[in-house]
Design a protein around this ligand. Structure first.
Ligand code: DGY
Length: 316
């Protein structure tokens, strides 16, 4: 059996596949695989391990007549035409849980970096502009005592909220479902989206990109944010109308925003690069050795399970 892997991922995946006599063919270049190369290479694939940067659309799915599983090396799977894959009898899996801690940690890292203006401090040091301690030097905001609002209260949102709680915040959440665990552990209160936006000091996004969540934050509601609020996005760029957010940041209508994801990734709106009140990361929410190893292992185990006739471990 043969599995095509669209980029080099931690070696554990290849080791596990090999043990089960599944041949892994890996696109070993350090750039996303071009669509035509992918299509050329997957004719014999019984399975595909894809990345969130690979658009797995009808053309790609049609190019793998033998394929039984698409194992996405990510928890998000908006890059895959799920309905079409299902119509072809292909199982799609993702990598939930294993990247929850790393993504929750980067949420807090972005939060603190925004509130305490860490990039501005670093820039000052690098440019040799630090002339000594100053009573008004780079004043920021404390997290302690603030309202931390999460939009989407699944695994990652809950993990971020628990960490934020440890900083002395009060948790608000907005979700389609009541999360009793989150409420009992953090005392979180469920509120509507508008109330969350108007009350929170930190607004953090933790929901998947779907047609319903596309531009969930937009011109019609971004104006509700407090002037001292910060917005953190470690989910998907398209959930926020980025042009509207940039306008608000340019006019200092909010304190700052922390981005790990962008609306037109990997292309970054040049206006963002001119702003001081942003912290910009290159989509590294799950970028820890621990998480990436476990993601590779889980993707491989999903492939093995399906190709050997068992149920997928984490189907979507
Ligand atoms: C995911 O898994 O969806 C993340 O965005 C990767 O960091």
């Amino acid at each position: 059996m043969e599995v095509y892997v669209t980029r080099e991922i931690p070696v554990i995946a290849e080791i596990l596949l090999k043990k089960k006599r599944i041949k892994a063919i890996v696109f070993r270049k350090d750039n996303p695989i071009p669509k035509n190369t992918l299509i050329r290479n997957i004719r014999n694939a019984d399975g595909l391990i894809s990345l969130l940067s690979d658009k797995i659309d009808r053309d790609v799915i049609d190019a793998m007549p033998k394929c039984r599983i698409i194992a996405n090396y990510a928890v998000g799977y908006n890059n895959i035409d799920i309905d079409y894959a299902k119509s072809k009898g292909i199982i799609v899996t993702n990598t939930p849980d294993v990247l929850t801690d790393s993504t929750a940690e980067i949420t807090l890292a972005l939060t603190l970096a925004c509130l305490r203006r860490l990039p501005e401090g670093q820039e000052m040091m690098i440019n040799n502009k630090f002339k000594g301690w100053g009573p008004k030097l780079l004043l920021g905001l404390e997290l302690s005592g603030k309202y931390f609002g999460i939009i989407g209260a699944g695994r990652i949102g809950t993990a971020a909220a628990i960490r934020a709680k440890a900083f002395g915040t009060k948790i608000l959440y907005c979700s389609n479902h009541k999360n009793k665990f989150l409420e009992s552990v953090t005392g979180a209160k469920k509120v509507t989206l508008s109330r969350l936006l108007a009350l929170s000091d930190v607004i953090s996004l933790h929901l998947p990109l779907t047609p319903e969540s596309f531009h969930l934050l937009n011109k019609g509601n971004l104006h509700l944010l407090k002037p001292t609020a910060i917005l953190i996005n470690t989910a998907r760029g398209e959930i926020v109308d980025e042009k509207e957010l940039i306008k608000i940041l340019k006019n200092n209508k909010i304190f700052a925003a922390g981005f790990d994801v962008y609306e037109n990734e990997p292309n970054i709106n040049p206006e963002l690069l001119k702003l001081k009140n942003v912290v910009l990361l290159p989509h590294i929410g799950s970028g820890t050795f621990e998480a990436r190893d476990k993601m590779a292992e889980l993707a491989a185990q999903n492939v093995i399970a399906v190709l050997y006739g068992s149920k997928a471990i984490t189907p979507v």
